[in-house]
Design a protein around this ligand. Structure first.
Ligand code: 3HC
Ligand code: NAI
Length: 693
């Protein structure tokens, strides 16, 4: 199949892009487009560009990034389309994104079907529209609307695109049919190059730049894109194109682009289970949830928002009522955000959701997710009951954060149906789902876990059983590194600020306050008896809990939250608690630079992540990356901790570990896998590649 098909429909040359699955503008597509336009100029009176299959062009071919570019480049293709002597129409359907939308902007007229989406998502990949998008879009829409689309990367609907001037019409029908109609009208009107339109009026570009920098949290592409749009307003069209090219080149060469594109492909790779290919998932119509607290209610809401039926069981009628109210309030706020249509809400209210106080209500559930207290005895009792009431073939899942899923499965007579589905709080919002596979879990149960994630629009990562699975196990380790630093003299507020400057969504102490300090307290108590005698044990976290300082919910934790404030203020009392503990342990406090805080934090994270991969808990380094990106606020533009380590140099990370180990050899002992990779001169990316299907 040719990447670009050419045929004549009367006077109109129809140019069809055929590059499944998303018609990315690969080299073959680019070359084919130029050839087709040249031919159309000779043979036809108008040309129509459409996409075959599910979409118009969804962008440049991202797989070609980082490789030597091959002529013709997309900017040249767009310029050639714009310079075409006969009118060119683009008829859009599916997702006209990035370079795809740029091809359409270079056409002279544009029409789309009503459910088409148009966008310039380049900044989400660490670049900016590099085929004229920053110059042509503002000429059509004005600078403000273009800046909004380009700096956020968010797509707009066809209706919105019509309103802001991108489209000339929105029409029902096939792309070919609506495009042909427009092309025939265009013959009389002639070509209409977008580049000939007047330059957009200036806006406060410096203010946009500052806003983009702040929103980017360390990411540079959105702010750089502002300067490209500014060039559209200040320079002649061709000079603006040259400026865009220059800025595009800078971003293309940046490590942020490498990190973001790694994240893009890693998110798609986690869902591929080559060893389970061909295994069908079990049916999912009705979901049971046991325990309607923070997590159970969130899980129920997530399933309801995805159109599934839900039955929730809690301990007694009072607890069931409270759970019901919790779910209702989550649905209310989803409705306010436009995520729940009124028709679906009435469906939910008229039987789509039930809360009960008896386990018998779960007899028709296809999959049951347990979210009761984090206590092995309670969990085992619940699973023994589920074994009695659930129908044959039902998947029995636990949302445990740390507990041994093999032991939970052992409470049933059907361990092959048992799996861990570890959601993150708030469960109806957070993207990550760890699918934790126990010793006896059946292959189709694993596949069902991934199918559920897809249905809930979540990113599922396969994990093995251990204390904390992938994410919480790594979290526990880097928490220990920063707690030790604080014990040695670092200020927790400096630690938070330094890690936010690194790009973390929130500093770890602010995260603890948000999640509730009592969770970690309970875990520490549970683990106290089995703790390694060589482990350093900072006591300040326990002291805070003993004082009833559980974080935001009690108005005080590491920070103070006066009058229900969401952002905390530093508290001198906490600094005093730390000073007292240091004195008591006979430690002379020392200071840490921001750089050292970041290096210790990352060295600890990468080291434990290497053990997680080495132990087979995560299948590949990229599974760790996706876990930390989508569940733990790791900066996406750094690609994840393993990608960060590769880009930093594994030898440098190892050298840091060995340096830190001089003070605390037990904690900083390098992971065998890390040492091995350094010895062999290999990277985590090499492991990713070897594991690809
Ligand atoms: N290049 C290469 N491959 C691409 C691609 C692209 N632009 N977009 C998607 N793919 C691949 C995916 O990797 C996936 O491959 P796989 O099946 O081997 O894993 C396959 O196409 C299907 O993609 P999804 O699983 O994501 O399918 P969905 O239907 O869920 O989503 C989509 C489709 C909305 C188009 C989504 O894939 C997407 O957002 N793609 C990226 C779009 C984008 O960012 N375009 C801009 C590119 S940069 C650019 O154009 C630069 C220019 O300015 C010069
Ligand atoms: P929670 O305390 O808010 O809710 C627990 C709920 O379970 C309560 O409604 C309680 O009445 C109910 N319950 C207790 N025993 C029961 C039984 N035998 N039968 C039926 N219902 C029973 O707890 P939370 O935070 O929702 O946690 C639940 C589980 O999810 C725990 O295993 C926890 O480790 C895990 N988890 C928690 C996260 C969080 O951020 N809170 C994140 C991910 C997992």
């Amino acid at each position: 199949m040719d990447a670009v098909k050419y045929d004549l429909d009367g006077d109109v040359a129809v140019v069809t892009i055929q590059n499944p699955p998303v018609n990315a503008a690969s080299h073959a597509v680019r070359a084919g487009l130029v050839e087709a336009v040249q031919r159309a100029e000779v043979e036809a009176k108008a040309a129509l560009i459409i996409g075959d299959g599910r979409t118009f062009i969804a962008g440049a071919d991202i797989r070609e990034f980082g490789k030597p570019p091959k002529d013709p480049w997309l900017p040249e293709v767009c310029n050639r389309i714009e310079a075409c002597k006969i009118p060119v129409v683009a008829a859009l359907h599916g997702t006209a994104l990035g370079g795809g939308l740029e091809v359409a902007l270079a056409a002279h007229y544009r029409v789309a079907v009503p459910d088409a989406k148009l966008g310039l998502p380049e900044v989400t990949l660490g670049i900016l529209p590099g085929a004229g998008g920053t110059q042509r879009l503002p000429r059509l829409t004005g600078a403000e609307a273009a800046l909004e689309m380009i700096t956020t990367g968010r797509p707009v609907s066809a209706a919105e695109a019509l309103e802001i001037g991108i489209l000339d019409a929105v029409q029902d029908g096939t792309p070919r049919q609506i495009g042909l109609d427009m092309a025939r009208e265009a013959i009389a009107k002639g070509p209409r190059p977008t580049g000939d339109l007047p330059a957009p009026e200036a806006v406060d570009f410096d203010a946009w730049h500052a806003k983009a920098l702040a929103r980017g949290k360390g990411q540079i592409a959105p702010a750089t894109a502002v300067r490209a749009v500014q060039a559209a307003s200040e320079l002649p069209f061709t000079d603006g194109l040259a400026r865009e090219r220059e800025l595009f080149g800078d971003l293309m060469a940046s490590p942020q682009r490498e990190g973001l594109i790694h994240a893009f492909f890693a998110e798609r790779a986690v869902a591929k289970l080559p060893e389970l290919e061909g295994v069908a998932p079990r049916d999912l119509a009705e979901i049971g949830v046991v325990g309607g607290g923070t997590m159970g209610a969130g899980i129920a809401a997530a399933c309801l928002l995805a159109g599934l039926k839900v039955v929730l069981v809690d301990r007694d009628a009072d607890a069931a009522d409270k759970a019901k109210a919790r779910v209702a309030s989550m649905l209310d706020s989803a409705a306010k955000r436009g995520k729940l249509l009124p028709e679906r809400r009435s469906e939910i209210d008229s039987g789509g959701f039930r809360a009960a106080d008896t386990y018998d209500a779960l007899d028709a559930s296809d999959l049951v997710i347990e979210a009761v207290f984090e206590d092995m005895d309670v969990k085992r009792e619940v699973f023994a009951t589920l074994d009695k009431v659930c129908k044959e073939g039902a998947v029995l899942a636990t949302n445990t954060s740390y507990l041994d899923i093999n032991a939970i499965a052992g409470a049933t007579g059907r361990p092959s149906d048992v799996i861990g589905l570890h959601f993150f709080s708030p469960a109806h919002i957070m993207k990550l789902l760890e699918v934790v596979v126990a010793d006896a879990t059946a292959p189709d149960v694993v596949v069902t876990g991934f199918a559920l994630a897809k249905r809930l629009r979540k990113i599922a990562v396969r994990a093995g059983v251990c204390d904390g699975f992938i994410g919480n196990r790594i979290l526990a380790h880097y928490r220990m590194a920063i707690d030790n630093m604080v014990l040695d003299g670092a200020d927790p507020y400096q630690v938070d600020a330094a890690l936010e400057a690194f790009g973390m969504a929130m500093g770890p102490y602010a995260v603890s306050d948000l999640a509730g300090l009592d969770i970690g307290w309970a875990t520490r108590k549970r683990k106290a008896a089995t703790r390694d005698p060589r482990e350093r044990v900072p006591g300040f976290a326990d002291t805070l809990c003993e004082m009833g300082r559980f974080g935001q919910k009690t108005g005080r934790g590491y920070y103070l939250y006066p009058d229900g404030a969401r952002r905390g203020e530093p508290d001198p009392e906490v600094q005093q608690i730390l000073a007292d503990e240091r004195a008591q342990q006979g430690l002379t406090p020392r200071s840490f630079t921001d750089d050292e805080i970041q290096r210790r934090f990352m060295a600890a994270m990468v080291n434990e992540a290497a053990r997680v991969v080495g132990d087979g808990i995560a299948r590949r380094p990229l599974d760790v990356d996706v876990t930390m990106l989508s569940g733990y606020g790791f900066p996406r533009w750094r690609g994840g901790p393993m990608k960060w380590a590769d880009m930093t140099g594994l030898d440098l990370v190892l050298a840091d570990l060995k340096r830190f180990a001089k003070d605390d050899p037990w904690f900083w002992q390098p992971a065998p896998l890390l040492q091995k990779l350094v010895d062999e001169g290999r990277t985590f990316e090499d492991l990713n590649k070897e594991a690809q299907p």
